[in-house]
Design a protein around this ligand. Structure first.
Ligand code: HEM
Length: 128
């Protein structure tokens, strides 16, 4: 897990600037719907329990952005091991996330901060 973004005194945490758990949940719902419709990558999720995945994503993003949630899933290397995920797959998934953030009109700054937290996970996820 990345270290949560440090928050300067007097500046709201990314978690709160995003709109807290309800907003993060809404973005994750839209993100997963985008992935499910994305023929470049949806086959990876054919046997995945989607409600559990969404729960993990909400907790992961909540924790990483300074919220009270606790991520209880596997580390990114273990969770994606053996899937032969390429950089193109990774970029497709990020595109689906950006689309979800745009659907909810998340401002550029918050969008970039969130992507900045997730981007470094690429090295543990892309294995092909
Ligand atoms: C920054 C990018 C990504 C993040 C933050 C992320 C996050 C997660 C999380 C939190 C889980 C749940 C772990 C668990 O069950 O313990 C998960 C599972 C999974 N991820 Fe990712 N992921 C990313 C990229 C990708 C990509 C690019 C693919 C494939 C295109 C992918 C495919 C999967 C699949 C198939 C599962 C479910 C595994 C299962 O059913 O047990 N992920 N991911």
């Amino acid at each position: 897990m990345p270290t949560p973004v440090p928050t300067a005194p007097g500046q709201a945490k990314l978690y709160d600037r995003l709109g807290g758990k309800p907003a993060i949940t809404a973005v994750v719902d839209a993100f997963v719907a985008n992935v499910a419709a994305d023929t470049r990558i949806n086959k990876f999720f054919a046997n995945t329990d989607i409600p559990t995945l969404k729960m993990h994503l909400v907790n992961q993003i909540g924790q990483a952005t300074g919220g009270p949630e606790k991520y209880t899933g596997r580390d990114m290397k273990t969770a994606h091991a053996g899937m032969m995920i390429t950089k193109a797959h990774f970029d497709a998934l990020v595109e689906d996330l950006v689309k979800a953030l745009d659907q909810f009109k998340v401002p550029e700054r918050e969008k970039n901060e969130l992507l900045g937290l997730l981007g470094p996970m690429e090295k543990d996820i892309v294995t092909a």
